[in-house]
Design a protein around this ligand. Sequence first.
Ligand code: NAP
Ligand code: G3P
Length: 499
Amino acid sequence: MATGFPLAALRKRGKMFECIFNESSIYKCLLNGDWVESKLKKRDKIYSPSDGELVGEVQSISKEEADVFIETAKSAQIAWAGVPVNERAKIIHQAADILDKEKEVVADILVKEIAKNKKSALSEVARTVDFMHFTAEEGKRSVGESIRSDAFPGFGKGKVSIVNRVPLGVILAISPFNYPINLSASKLAPALVAGNSVVFKPPTQGAISALYLARVFCKAGIPAGVFNVITGQGREIGDYLVSHPLINMIAFTGSSKVGRNLAQKAGMKPLLLELGGKDAAIVLEDADIETTAKNIVSGAFSYSGQRCTAVKRVLVLEPVADQLVKAILPLVKKLKVGNPEDDADITPLINDKAADFVQELIDDAISKGAKLLLGNKREKNLMHPTLFDQVSVQMRLAWEEPFGPVLPIIRVKTVDEAITIANQSEYGLQSSIFTKNIDAAFRVASQLDVGTVQINGKTERGPDHFPFIGVKSSGLGTQGIRYSIEAMTRSKATVLNLQ
Ligand code: NAP
Ligand code: G3P
């Protein structure tokens, strides 16, 4: 029975590279099934944010070299798209199983490379394993439709449009430092199961973790050339990759600043952009204060606030503000500050520049009269959790994304004032509403200009088959397993003109 393009033929080179993706701590790039070094021998050193130790070195690929990666992906894509989807899905399942087996190794790299505590690192890997299995199955469910002509006035039964989903071609996947495994696989798995080939540019700080993920895909038997990995500074190589004529679609997660620049450089290419956030937790007078406080604290401070969906401001109705502050403060005080190896809740930020920016926002709030309840304590890039009350809209902290462990509490007089302040943000990722009154919750939710509203729960992405949407400066398009597959494919109609 014909089964489309013979996968075995494509796999012939698969087995060679198992142990040569790094020599000592120098990590290579993946090109056409081989692990390669930059001919210019240019590399970036990756240091641990928590102890400054060298984690390893990654290649810094030049624009000229990048052409080869992209052309390779282009030439491999057609054959890959011809492989039956059940066989492509099998490879994604295998990759998930291998990642599961290697979860301890990969988690330890995350702890070193991005100072994520071990518990969160393991949950990121486990979540990614589930994501990949789910995506493999969803990829098999991507169906088309057929439409008959006689539904339209003046047309008989003479035409049938057979509409299929087809891959877009070569997908450029770019991911951020805070989830180098999960937010990479969230692009790679949907792209590959849908029959696209991929050029993957991981974050520089997080590249080594991402290369471990790339090796997993190779071990699972992704044919040579279908999946290629370029490492290098985004500010050096990013614009070139994004504007490259052979790239057919870009899936990017990162800051709004880089996202906006990318959208300008990408021309007519389809984009899936997941960008920054300034998620508000709106607390109404009848909220269950204890549950609300727990959700707000874990939402604001997990991974030291370095999450796009972190709760980044509280808008609380005045009559319950004191109660809420009394409930939040002890929970923040309980947070363990220290090293990721010791599973601390608050660990060093990704770099000093990130910590400087958080300190700037703290200083601005203090200079403008915010009430410091806790924190404003710093050891290099380790920022202790900081909690402010009486924050006003004149303060930068009310609007800017700290991407660090600082939480501003803004007291409001009315629900309408809360909605106004929430919608005045340039960002539109998520919001939470805490209330026992479900009608009020839906009324407020309908007025909030964000991608997702969480009722009585913290702002968060996932489960990963849910749609994940950023509006305004928070993004373009919808992520989430089925939605990502749809964003990485397009309709193609074949019309039968029956004689
Ligand atoms: P970033 O600085 O924007 O970097 C994101 C990725 O873009 C990295 O791989 C980076 O490479 C690359 N890059 C840099 N300049 C580029 C260019 N000119 N063209 C193409 N790519 C370029 O963001 P980050 O600091 O890694 O992550 C934090 C930000 O991402 C926060 O704003 C956060 O809210 C946002 N984020 C959003 C989501 C979401 O799902 N909405 C999820 C996570 C993070 P280098 O690492 O080499 O610079
Ligand atoms: O910042 C990463 C983003 O995608 C958030 O994911 O699951 O931490 O809400 P999560």
